[in-house]
Design a protein around this ligand. Structure first.
Ligand code: CTP
Length: 399
């Protein structure tokens, strides 16, 4: 950790507050400037004096300080990171709702620094939908969550909900503060299968879930990129700069083209429909009218359009879902669409491609490179795709 990194250490009222003392000590030992902010509840478990003795600044607790009119804005604006350990169910709920009734929650609302929450509570509370939904809301807003572990809880119970280990918490702080290898880059990702309307209730679609594209977007954000995701999937996604939900190939085309110029790397992981009905029926088609004949017309090939219009230095990555002659089809698409990298997967193989959480791909490069990625999680596959894209980007920048 860089010496002098300003950490606001929030401690809310749970038994795990005693472990925040160890977190505080480790942060200070690591060179951080630690300002503890305790809630009233926290002081029922740990003493102010303990933190004041260990930290770089005396404990702060009140919004209404004698010596300072607006402590929460000073703390929020001055922090490099705000860490809350432990974060109780109540603190999480207040933060998700935007309530700012005490110094800690007011500081959380007043900061633009990264925020890390380390929840700790009994298993029943941790698993309650209210808590999980609040955490999902916060994740969507870019808050980092260090999940609790399993083990002994207060009162002798054993279960999930124990505060993460202090070493894990400090490692999370370091990782959030370390600029990723994609920081400074803008990455545009597409995901999911588009739907082409036939009538108000029917559409032509495909089996793409959007999981691989979302994993690429989240991995790029975790590595510091500014990420726009244009997605036809309804899956949740978090930590991104922008998420644009679309349905059809035409909507995806417009959303991508509006953002393409600003992007350093574009990853077209979406399964875009190649054809759409010429006419969308205004009313539901009735069975009694007999089997319909639906005339189709081509959609715009977004990737090929990007390949023709991209600016120098921009890296373009296409995907290909194949069921046969994967290598031959991938190389043909690589050339035809004018991309730098073509990520091919054989969706006929078990556990590969559509709807699975795992994938196996081969990344073909315009320079003739072939990088196989053996069966792994979609997140790991996402990182390998980004590794290849970054390699191409850096090579271009060196020229
Ligand atoms: N793609 C696109 N716009 C389309 C169709 C596809 O941008 N209208 C992109 C996909 O996002 C993917 C790549 O092109 O990155 C390859 O898609 P794929 O459907 O495999 O290729 P097609 O060119 O449609 O070829 P075919 O369907 O014949 O395999």
């Amino acid at each position: 950790m860089q010496a002098g990194t300003r950490v606001v250490l929030g401690v809310s009222g749970g038994i795990a507050a005693y472990k925040a003392i160890e977190v505080c000590r480790r942060l200070v030992d690591g060179g951080a400037h630690v300002q503890p902010v305790l809630t009233r509840g926290a002081t029922r478990f740990v003493g102010e004096t303990t933190f004041s003795a260990l930290a770089s600044e005396p404990v702060r607790m009140s919004l209404w300080s004698e010596d300072e009119p607006i402590p929460h804005t000073r703390l929020g604006q001055g922090a490099d990171v705000v860490l809350v350990a432990p974060a109780t169910a109540r603190l999480i709920a207040d933060y998700a709702a935007g309530r700012s009734g005490d110094l800690l929650t007011a500081t959380l609302i007043a900061t633009r620094a990264p925020v890390i929450l380390c929840p700790a509570m009994h298993t029943e509370m941790w698993e309650h939908p209210a808590v999980q939904e609040n955490l999902a809301t916060l994740r969507r807003r870019g808050v980092h969550i260090v999940p609790p572990e399993s083990g002994r809880l207060a009162g002798g119970d054993v279960g999930h909900g124990r505060l993460a280990d202090p070493a894990t918490i400090v490692a999370a702080v370091e990782s959030v503060l370390t600029p990723g290898d994609l920081s400074g880059l803008t990455v545009l990702v597409t995901a999911g299968g588009t739907r082409e309307a036939i009538d108000p209730v029917r559409f032509i679609g495909n089996r793409s879930s959007g999981k691989q594209g979302h994993a690429i977007a989240e991995a790029a954000a975790a590595r510091g990129a500014t990420v726009s995701l244009v997605t036809a999937s309804t899956l949740d996604v978090s930590g991104l700069t922008e998420v644009v939900r679309v349905v059809s190939a035409a909507e995806m085309h417009d959303a991508v083209m509006a953002r393409a110029d600003a992007a350093d790397v574009i990853v077209m992981a979406a399964a875009v429909a190649d054809f759409r009905p010429v006419q969308v029926m205004p009313h539901k088609m009735k069975k009694a009218s007999g089997p319909p004949e639906i005339r189709l017309e081509p959609t715009v090939d977004i990737l090929a359009a990007l390949g023709r219009s991209r600016r120098p230095g921009q890296v373009l990555v296409g995907f290909a879902a194949e069921t046969d002659d994967v290598a031959g089809n991938a190389r043909a698409k690589l050339a035809a669409k004018g991309v730098d990298l073509l990520v091919a997967n054989d969706v006929s193989v078990p556990a590969v491609g559509f709807e699975h959480d795992t994938n196996a791909v081969v990344i073909y490069g315009a320079d003739g490179s072939v990088t196989p990625v053996e069966l792994t999680t979609k997140l790991t596959a996402a990182h390998r795709v980004l590794d290849s894209a970054l390699h191409v980007y850096r090579r271009g920048a060196d020229r």
